[in-house]
Design a protein around this ligand. Sequence first.
Ligand code: TPP
Ligand code: NAG
Length: 584
Amino acid sequence: MAKVRSVKYRIYLLFMLGFRIRGLNIRSIMGVPGDMNLELLDYIDAVEDLTWIGNANELNAAYAADAYCRVSGSPGVVVTTMGVGELSALNGIAGAYTEQVKVIHIVGTTSIAAHDKRLMIHHCLGPSPDHKVYEKTSQHVRAAHCWLNNPAIAAREIDRVVHECIAQSLPVYIFVPADMVHCPVPAPSPSRIDLALLTDEFSKASAIAATLSLLYKAKAPTVIVDALTARHSGKDVTRKLVDVLRFPTFSTSMGKSIIDETKPYFCGIYNGQVSIPGVCEVIEQQSDLVLDLGPILSDSNTGGHTRNIAEQKIIAIHPHHVIVGGTVHRNIGLVSFLSSLLETIDKSKLPRPTLPGRIPMPPAKDTDTEFITQSWIWTRFGEFCRPGDILIAESGTAQFGLPDAYLPRDVTYLTQVYYGSIGYTVPACLGAAVANCEQGGQGRVILVVGDGSLQLTVQEIGTMVKLGLKNIIIVVINNNGYTIERAIHGPEQAYNDISTWNHSAMLDFFGAKNGRACSRTVRTKKEFDEVVSLPEYQSPSSIQVLEVFMEKMDLPWRLRMQVEIINKRNAQARKNEQAVLFPS
Ligand SMILES: Cc1ncc(C[n+]2csc(CCOP(=O)(O)OP(=O)(O)O)c2C)c(N)n1
Ligand SMILES: *[C@@H]1O[C@H](CO)[C@@H](O)[C@H](O)[C@H]1NC(C)=O
């Protein structure tokens, strides 16, 4: 098909969809073909500047779309085929849902005629199948959905669903019956989708007044920057706000890298009791006001729910409401609130608390070894990063270790803490690299993934090779199995072992031309330092794989501490249960 730039009167439905997607600044589409979406894919290809990526499987495609959004700010798009592909993507979409990432999932389905006759067509379930059955399986992981089965309203339906995706920062579904693909529809009005989000101006004004009054009165205010600021498109305004406030400012594990860690007001990562000694004291005891920006209070983001801040001293800015000292102000968009706050703040009235600076980490006890340890490696990644880099941490020891990395400005840190589905990061690395290329980013994409997690989604390295992506460094932490699970339970149990792979052969297998030469293995600190200073690591001209051998039972301190907290809590719960069952 010829490339089409614009249309006037009538338009094919799928062109309309393609233009809407392109209008959101999306340039790449993830997914896997199937007979129910093949013709639909022709339209994607026909829209100027819209590119089909083509992933190894649909789970990977969904993870890649998620990371594409986290890096580009535009929704990720994934196209699958009914049932078989759609269900494979579901885990990735669920991750995007719980972590509040914008993803548009387009599913090519059987024709409307087949729905009506309940025909037994491949990918359906059982006899006399309901062709819409899979729609029900995704109802808990989406903000909205539509079926493009009525030409008269199809264009409006697309706009409604895309609006919900952006407004709620959540996944949405668009189901496209095969016989609707070439359906002509009235050309939609040229106006873009209305992205203005609903904010109740009265509610906002009262929340701003309440906030300012507390801010001006405070003696020792602090700020916590959490993930939902970035997920709800508020990264820039958050950065500007903390720059104006200049209060002692902390990130959470999930909010890491949203603000510049080199600023004098940055004090470190706050994660409840699982924080560097001194952090909790500043926030929980010394501070009389905590501005909590975009909180997401999941277990691993709060030190196993051990945050302890009095409600009256919190101003919490949520995606759609604000809570000031326990009073809820409803229907206020996060960006709208933070922008207004920034405009109305009188800098001269702000308190000027002393800045403790970055709270230092106590020295590790196991420094006297030449081998790479958990206590050594994570801060080294911080030193290795440069402005513009994207650093990706897989669930496992990497995710508990990398909060210790002290990042230069403008590094984007990606990790899936709340949903925590292992295997997320390899496809996320692809999605991030694609978005980075589109934006003309010069930074490297540095993936840190455990040997166990790698085995779930490793095929997506093939897609990186296929696309000729270069600026990628894949670090495999080889600690001989599921170390994080060994820490939780069954350190020596066979269920925490994995099959042994030859990671040096991986790039060759996936078709990289010079794979063997780009694969290295290190065991000592000296070897690690030598490798990461190679020109190929400073600006890679092809994908690099670095296998880092570490001790099976070596744990990052954050993981050790969190496991201790949870075990203590569980032991207490068991004791209480026993006391009820067998009173003495
Ligand atoms: C899809 C999925 N399956 C299982 C788990 C449970 N799980 C969490 S971490 C982990 C092991 C990760 O091992 P590895 O990637 O080798 O990291 P390490 O802790 O050894 O650094 C497992 C199995 C999960 N979180 N997600
Ligand atoms: C692993 O693969 C590399 C690259 O193909 C090869 O040189 C090496 O011999 C392999 N190692 C083992 C233990 O098979």
